[in-house]
Design a protein around this ligand. Sequence first.
Ligand SMILES: [Ca+2]
Length: 153
Amino acid sequence: MVMDNPLAELTGNWVESNHTPGFVGKNYLHDNRAQDRVLAARFQFPQLKAGVWHALMSFTPGENRASAVPVVIGLADREYAFTVNQKQPGNLSPGLISLGEITLPDDGDVSIVISNEHAKDGHVIVDAVALTQRNPATWTPSSGRSPGGGSSE
Ligand SMILES: [Ca+2]
């Protein structure tokens, strides 16, 4: 299940951009290097089934990005905290990183919150997030990612 940035509940003044290609959907958000306040983008996944889920995040990496972007996945009774270096390409493809696995003990809501808290050395990017029960190594977000070279699609 992919959630693109228009579905995020935003705190603070995020800025829309389509400057760097490779994003999901029509655009992505950046924090405009806001140094003095916390910006957050919250994605709410309703009623996922119990089991193991793979968490993924799409972003547009670059040298002017932040090196330690906090990403917190919230379940009913626990949180999983991750830190993403957006200066570096993702581990699945340049713009896609597998954060890891989360275990949902019961059916329920899951939130993913990306913020700029303590991420002060560059832009924080919010493009899209996904939770999937498929193998992330074979998974790609479907909604509008630029096709790779040689693709017939
Ligand atoms: Ca997007």
